[in-house]
Design a protein around this ligand. Structure first.
Ligand SMILES: *[C@@H]1O[C@H](CO)[C@@H](O)[C@H](O)[C@H]1NC(C)=O
Length: 368
C-alpha cells in the first residue's frame, strides 16, 4: 500500500513536471519558426505573383511590364543560383527558412504586413531601396528565385516543418499589402486556405509553381468551380477535371528548376487502362506487360493492347480449345512437304487427262 502511494506521488509530480514543460518547449520552438515561415512565405509569394523577370528589358521599364512571370514561374531557369541561399538551403530546411526569413524581415517588400516589421522599418531611413537588404533588383530576383526552388523542393519532400504554418488562415493572407502590389496593379484571390486536411497546401501555393491551376489567370483561383474551369488546368478536357501532383515524384531538385512537374489527371475514369503522361500532356495507354509484372500461364506471353492486355500463346504454340491450353504446334516442314507432294500428283493427273481428252478430240488445246 505504501509503495503504491509512493509511486502515485512520484508519477503525478513527474506528469506535472513533464507535460506543461513539454508543451511550452514545443510552442517555444514552433511559434518562432511559424513566424519566420510566414515572413519567408510572403516574401516569396510577392515574387511569384507580382514580380517580373528582371533579366529582361531595362531597369526602368520592368515596373510597368505585364505580370506574366507567374505563368511560367520559375522559368526560365536561373543560370546561377544565389550563393548565400544555395549554401544555407543545402544545410537543411531549418537553415534555409532562417536565411530567407532574415532577408524577408528586413525587406521593404513585406514591411507593412506585420506590426513587428513595421516598427523595425520605421527605424530605418525612408530612402531604403525596394531591393534592400540585397544590392540590386537583379540580385533580389536571383535570391528569391533560388529560395523558391529550394523551398518548393522541401515542400515536395514533405518536410514536417513546413506543415500548416498558416493555421486556418488564407494561404495568401496579406499578399495585397506587399510593396510589389503597388505597381503590379492586380489583385490575387486564392480561396484555398491553410487547412488541417492538407497541411502542405500553403507551402505549395507560396513556394511552388502551379502546374495544375492558376497559370493562365495570374494565380486567381476564387472558388472550387474556378479551379476546375481554369484554362491552365491540363486536365480540363477530361470528364473529371481533377488535377493532382504525383506524390513522391516531384522530389528532384534539378527537375523542379526546369519546371518538369509530375501531375496526374483522372485518365482511368475516361478510358480504363490509360494514364496521364506529364511528358506528352495527354492520356496514354498503360503497358501492363512491362509495368505490372503480369504472370501468364505456361506457354503464354503477355501482349499489351490499347487499354488492356492479354496472355496469348507463345510462338509455335496453338490454343487447344478442348484442353483449354496452349499446346505445341505440329512441326511445320513435314506437314507442308506432305501436302505439296499431294498437290503435285493432282496437278499431274489433270494434265494427263487434258492431254488424253485432246487426243480423243474432246478438247481443242492440251493447255487449259
Ligand atoms: C518527374 O518524373 C520524371 C520521370 O520519372 C523524373 O525524371 C523527374 O525528375 C520528375 N520530376 C520531378 C520534379 O521530380
Amino acid at each position: 500500500m505504501e509503495t503504491s502511494a509512493f509511486f502515485t506521488l512520484i508519477s503525478t509530480s513527474l506528469m506535472y513536471l513533464i507535460f506543461p514543460g513539454r508543451t511550452e518547449t514545443f510552442n517555444q520552438v514552433i511559434d518562432p519558426v511559424h513566424t519566420e515561415l510566414k515572413w519567408a512565405g510572403l516574401f516569396l509569394a510577392a515574387h511569384k505573383y507580382f514580380d517580373v523577370d528582371r533579366r529582361r528589358g531595362n531597369s526602368l521599364s520592368w515596373k510597368y511590364d505585364p505580370r506574366v512571370f507567374h505563368k511560367h514561374f520559375p522559368m526560365p531557369r536561373l543560370r546561377s543560383l544565389h550563393p548565400q541561399v544555395n549554401e544555407a538551403c543545402h544545410q537543411g530546411v531549418m537553415a534555409c527558412v532562417r536565411e530567407i526569413a532574415s532577408k524577408a524581415q528586413e525587406s521593404p517588400s513585406i514591411a507593412d504586413t506585420d506590426e513587428e516589421l513595421k516598427k523595425a522599418a520605421l527605424a530605418l531611413p525612408d530612402t531604403i531601396p525596394a531591393f534592400y537588404p540585397l544590392t540590386s533588383d537583379l540580385e533580389l530576383f536571383q535570391y528569391r528565385t533560388t529560395a523558391s526552388y529550394f523551398m518548393c523542393w522541401y515542400t515536395m519532400r514533405r518536410e514536417e516543418l513546413l506543415m500548416n504554418y498558416m493555421g486556418e488562415k488564407p494561404c495568401l493572407e496579406n499578399l495585397n499589402k506587399v510593396k510589389e502590389k503597388i505597381w503590379a496593379d492586380m489583385t490575387v484571390t486564392e480561396y484555398r486556405t491553410g487547412s488541417y486536411a492538407f497541411p502542405w497546401r500553403c507551402a505549395e501555393i507560396q513556394f511552388c509553381p502551379d502546374p495544375c491551376y492558376g497559370r493562365r489567370t495570374e494565380g486567381n483561383v476564387p472558388s472550387a468551380s474556378a479551379l476546375r474551369e481554369d484554362k491552365g488546368n491540363p486536365c480540363r478536357h477530361l470528364k473529371d477535371r481533377t488535377c493532382k501532383w504525383v506524390p513522391d515524384e516531384n522530389t528532384d531538385l534539378e527537375s523542379l528548376q526546369r519546371n518538369m512537374f509530375n501531375i496526374t489527371c483522372a485518365c482511368h475514369k475516361e478510358k480504363p487502362g490509360f494514364r496521364w503522361s506529364s511528358r506528352y500532356k495527354l492520356c496514354v495507354d498503360i503497358d501492363e506487360c512491362t509495368e505490372s509484372n503480369v504472370e501468364c500461364e505456361e506457354n503464354r506471353i503477355c501482349q499489351n493492347s490499347v487499354g488492356s492486355f492479354a496472355c496469348v500463346c507463345r510462338m509455335g504454340n496453338k490454343f487447344d480449345s478442348q484442353k483449354k491450353l496452349c499446346v505445341e504446334h505440329v512441326p511445320l516442314p513435314a506437314h507442308s512437304f506432305h501436302r505439296s507432294s499431294k498437290v503435285r500428283v493432282v496437278k499431274q493427273k489433270t494434265a494427263l487427262r487434258r492431254f488424253l481428252e485432246y487426243v480423243f478430240g474432246l478438247r481443242e488445246s492440251p493447255k487449259p
